[in-house]
Design a protein around this ligand. Structure first.
Ligand code: NAD
Length: 438
């Protein structure tokens, strides 16, 4: 329909005025993502054409499907897959399981994936997906049936050169193996490159499991060099002790940094002299949660963000640093290992307080970067060794950080807006060159 026709229709049919345009994606997280996009787009004086083309996801799939429980009952579940831009190549992004997973949440996370891939120079647009469920209440068999059905439901929109899922919260190598097997069964042959984050014996890459946490440390090293902070002498507090937080804690502990606080959803642990991360990992291996660990002071899960230290690493959930606790943070630097951990209001407070923020699209980009390495290796049918993976990861993250600081200097802005600006410039240039079909 031509633009003029649309205007006429709106004017002549008042009922259509009540249909809110673009509200499909509404969620608190999506507002944070669009606030960040708007700030960078305004600074860049981005052409309205690209604001429209990049401001909302290109494609979304919502599926309702049944899963048979062990009891014989049937549970109805809702799953999502959102592809933010199709301009840069296939789309890439994880899928998560959780009680709050929604279209709005996936849309925000898909948009951030676009910026992350563009900032890192990876040939992907952003995507994200998930299933709204409570994974801790599901048995192994129920989780497997859920994952296989979700994979089957996504077949119309995914493919090794269309959209390549990966792990996110509450999903990991096990789910990727089920996902890959389901897709392969449907295609009639093994398609390793349909997901990344797989077990190494199934076409996964060495170093993927640790990539996000390790990447956080590589970025942190580069940041500390830039701001003259001695990382090995810094006190660090980490919220979240899962795939990302525990690996970051282990790597920081290994290089001699003082990790003074960690938390998971069960508890926070604090020791101003530094925690014994190796002992804590052994505790978690035996007890599955931090709570009860005897050799540290126990606090609430969110309290670790307010511990006195130089570096805070939110590595758990979104929207953890808010206007409520941002005034109480006692650090010099926040490095966002989680996606979207800082609300728009908190971002302003941190900026005003002079606390530096390393944005998620850079800080946790190690995961998607090594996912890209895995996909390349799968396509090549050739495996790299761990050193190769780590060196390339370090190089790519450092180059991305240099792009961010260059843009921050050029545009006179903070690192988040600079990172998004680099990404938006890249994607909008690609969109301009491709033009509009037909
Ligand atoms: P995970 O499920 O492995 O771990 C999450 C951790 O957070 C767990 O330790 C959990 O107990 C803890 N947690 C949950 N609620 C909490 C609360 N209220 N307070 C304190 N801790 C709490 O997930 P993950 O893969 O480590 O992902 C963490 C974050 O990193 C997410 O935002 C995710 O999107 C992001 N991320 C992950 C990857 C990856 O490769 N896994 C890549 C990029 C970004």
């Amino acid at each position: 329909m031509a633009a003029d026709d649309a205007t006429v229709t709106d004017e002549t049919d008042p009922a259509l005025d009540s249909v809110p345009s673009g509200k499909e994606w509404d969620s608190e997280l999506y507002s944070i993502a669009t606030d960040q996009f708007t700030r960078a787009a305004t600074l860049l004086e981005l052409d309205p054409e690209f604001r429209t083309r990049l401001g909302e996801p290109r494609r979304s799939l919502v599926v309702n499907f049944p899963v048979r429980m062990d009891s014989g009952e049937v549970l109805g579940l809702t799953g999502y897959r959102v592809q933010h831009t199709l301009t840069m190549g296939p789309t890439k992004g994880g899928f998560r399981y959780g009680p709050d997973v929604s279209l709005g949440e996936c849309s925000a996370l898909a948009m951030w994936m676009t910026w992350k891939c563009a900032l890192l120079g990876l040939p992907y647009g952003g995507a994200k997906g998930g299933v709204r469920c409570t994974p801790s209440q599901l048995s192994l068999g129920e989780l497997e049936r859920l994952t296989r059905r979700y994979a089957a439901e996504l077949i119309p929109v995914i493919g090794p050169d269309r959209d390549i899922p990966a792990p996110d919260m509450a999903t990991g190598e096990r789910e990727m193996a089920w996902f890959m097997d389901t897709y392969s069964q449907m295609m009639g042959h093994s398609v390793f490159e349909i997901v990344t984050g797989k077990p190494v014996t199934l076409g996964g890459t060495v170093g993927r499991r640790e990539a996000t946490g390790l990447g956080v440390v590589y970025v942190l090293e580069a940041v500390c060099e830039r701001i003259n902070l001695e990382l090995r002498e810094a006190r660090i507090a980490i919220q979240g002790f899962g795939n990302v937080g525990a690996v970051a804690a282990r790597e920081l502990y290994a290089i001699g940094a003082r990790v003074v606080a960690v938390s998971d959803r069960s508890a926070g642990l604090v020791d101003p002299d530094g925690l014994d991360i190796a002992a804590i990992e052994r505790w978690v291996a035996g007890h599955e949660a931090l709570t009860g660990y005897p050799d540290a002071q126990e606090t609430g899960p969110a309290d670790v963000l307010e511990v006195e230290c130089e570096i805070v690493v939110p590595a758990a959930l979104e929207r953890q640093i808010t206007e409520d606790n941002a005034p109480r943070l006692k650090c010099e630097l926040v490095i966002e290992a989680a996606n979207g951990p800082t609300t728009t209001e908190a971002d302003v407070i941190l900026r005003e307080r002079g606390i530096l923020v390393v944005p998620d699209v850079l800080a946790n980009a190690g995961g998607v970067t090594v996912s890209y390495f895995e996909w390349v290796q799968d396509h090549q049918r050739y495996s790299w060794d761990e050193l190769d993976v780590q060196e390339r990861l370090r190089r790519q993250l450092r180059a991305a950080f240099a792009r961010v600081t260059d843009a921050a200097d050029r545009l006179g802005t903070d690192w988040r807006t600079a990172a998004l600006s680099v990404a938006i410039e890249r994607v909008s240039e690609a969109a301009r060159l491709r033009g509009i079909y037909p």
